[in-house]
Write a protein that binds this ligand. Structure first.
Ligand SMILES: NC(=O)c1ccc[n+]([C@@H]2O[C@H](COP(=O)([O-])OP(=O)(O)OC[C@H]3O[C@@H](n4cnc5c(N)ncnc54)[C@H](O)[C@@H]3O)[C@@H](O)[C@H]2O)c1
Length: 261
């Protein structure tokens, strides 16, 4: 459990949900972590709870000036940057017909442009540290399409492709780039109407896992990719999706799951 001792990470969208799961796992693995988010109260509270190993920096990933400030703050506080986790993201569940231009631009600005800005601006700090790792949060919806998520899917497919291209460019410079593809994880983003867990899981009967995942599941995957355990992973797309994208069921045939009563 100490695979990240001596490492310094910056985790965007780290104040809650999957980002919080990553922050907690990284600290448990010995890392020091700069939590960044637009949710200042939540981010500061998490950093305070975790003590010396964590700090918080208010940071909107769509703003390049704020990116530079967050990266500078990380080096100033912890002396280096070894790992960048581009996790911050937003979702809108609507048919394409019903999405406004503002919603479309926000999805692209945060989910895609935020990852591009962060990756580009973090390269000098990662090189100063002698190399490192970038973990980009795509989605199961970055591997297969989903209704009500057309533009979200477009951003997550783009993050997957960007990660592979960056793995090629940055691998020879000692920086590994990989993407994670979560399925449904029980967080505020994926559960906007706050359905209780037991009821929520029923909607996932179609997954081989038969339930939603937890932020800790993604924290474990991110720790693997960020640590030396993942040192030969470059351009890897790591599905952590309860089997969602393993294939599809023939419902009338043996081996398919049964819908909940
Ligand atoms: N929960 C899921 O089922 C699921 C599945 C696949 C992928 N993902 C991806 O995982 C990532 C985290 O999602 P989550 O479920 O934890 O959501 P969440 O809403 O619980 O957390 C996302 C965090 O990102 C922050 N954020 C939003 N816009 C930001 C901005 N402009 N700048 C900085 N921070 C910003 C939010 O304040 C929040 O703290 C997202 O990229 C999401 O697309 C989630």
């Amino acid at each position: 459990m100490h695979r990240l001792t001596g490492k310094v990470a910056l985790v965007t969208g780290g104040a809650r949900g999957i980002g919080e799961g990553i922050v907690r796992r990284f600290v448990a693995e010995g890392a020091r972590v700069m939590i960044t988010d637009v949710l200042s109260a939540e981010g500061a509270a998490l950093a305070a709870e975790l003590g010396e190993a964590a700090a918080f920096c208010a940071h909107d990933v769509t703003d390049r000036g704020q990116w530079q400030a967050a990266l500078d703050a990380t080096e100033a506080r912890f002396g280096r940057l070894d790992v960048l986790v581009n996790n911050a993201g937003v979702i809108v569940f609507k048919r394409l017909d019903d999405l406004t231009e503002a919603e479309i631009r926000r999805l692209v600005d945060i989910n895609l442009m935020g990852v591009i800005h962060g990756t580009q601006l973090a390269i000098p700090a990662l090189e100063r540290a002698g190399g490192g790792a970038i973990v980009n949060m795509s989605s199961a919806d970055g591997i297969a399409g989903a209704n009500s998520l057309s533009v979200y899917c477009a951003t997550k497919f783009a993050v997957r492709g960007f990660s592979k291209a960056m793995a090629l460019e940055l691998g020879p410079r000692g920086i590994r780039v990989n993407s994670i593809h979560p399925g449904g994880i029980f967080t505020p983003l994926a559960n906007p109407t706050n359905v209780p867990r037991e009821l929520y899981d029923k909607g996932f009967w179609i997954y081989p896992a038969g339930r939603a995942g937890d932020p800790e599941d993604i924290g474990a995957a991110a720790a693997f990719l960020a640590s030396d355990d993942g040192k030969y992973c470059m351009g890897t797309e790591l599905a952590v999706d309860g089997g969602l994208n393993a294939g599809h069921y023939y419902m009338a045939m043996p081996g398919a799951p049964k819908p909940p009563a």
